[in-house]
Design a protein around this ligand. Sequence first.
Ligand SMILES: Cc1ncc(COP(=O)(O)O)c(C=O)c1O
Length: 327
Amino acid sequence: MAYLNHITEAIGNTPLVKLNNVTAGIKGTVLAKVEYANPGNSVKDRMAVKMIEDAEKAGILKPGGTIIEGTSGNTGMGLALAAIAKGYKCIFTLADKQSKEKMDVLRAVGAEVVVCPTNVAPDHPDSYYSVAKRLNEEIPNSFYPNQYDNMSNTAAHYETTGPEIWEQTDGKVTHWAAGVGTGGTISGVAKYLKEKNPNLVTVGIDTYGSVFKKYKETGIFDENEIYAYATEGIGEDILPKNVNFDLIDSFIKVSDKDGAVMTRRLAREEGLFVGWSSGSAVYGALEYAKEHLKEGDVMVVLLPDHGTRYLGKIYNDDWMRQQGYID
Ligand SMILES: Cc1ncc(COP(=O)(O)O)c(C=O)c1O
């Protein structure tokens, strides 16, 4: 009988799909790594399971424990699936800008959700980072994975996503592009692919309102770069340890509107019903490709999550008009 022991065993081996229409006028081939095909519908399943397994091995997470994490939703989903498989409880802190769908989904898989204000500094006691840390201190036998600085995050992508892309492209991948949040995805894959092909170019997709691009280009952590933006999952007001700036060759910033409009194009023109940061990643990757991609080049861009989590936003015409993203 061909069955898995638990749904978490279905994580990984996601499809690589050619983009055919949004790439008009681009030289070379652009392929999308479709991560919503993971059971939790996002790329974050991969690192969530790895963080838990590594914590168990290190003796930090013990039977009956509680997993507490600050998450934009997708990591929480991955952690919740692994927690069900292994018998842990979950409490997640989310910023209130995250979509309602993401919060409902976490509750659906049995997690407790604590909603925190978005527009406070990371070190403010009410930020979703600080609340997660405080709960971890207060609740006995709890584990705070801290996806930003936990290097199991990068390792998950070095061990799975990177090798998958190398094998699926038969070693022909020349460019690798992904949105940067915790940095685990881009850094883990870049490490693996650059070991295989040192000439591989890595392009990080950043948001306006985030610190990454300026930090890469100047080495300055500029607080003036930080302001509220709407795109979910990428860009940061901190420098997570998982962002390996040495492995990212350049950053491109994508506006909320350009990302949102491209997300809808991916659904309509490619049949890829993806989330907002996927539109941002493709928009930024294609900006880079327009200038730099040559015939024969193969660019892989990662699409992190599924469109269902954005039905009230990107895929809602009224909301898109209210934001001024469409006429
Ligand atoms: C929707 C979405 N896109 C992109 C990312 C960024 O991936 P990473 O944290 O590996 O940089 C995340 C991470 O939270 C996400 O939830």
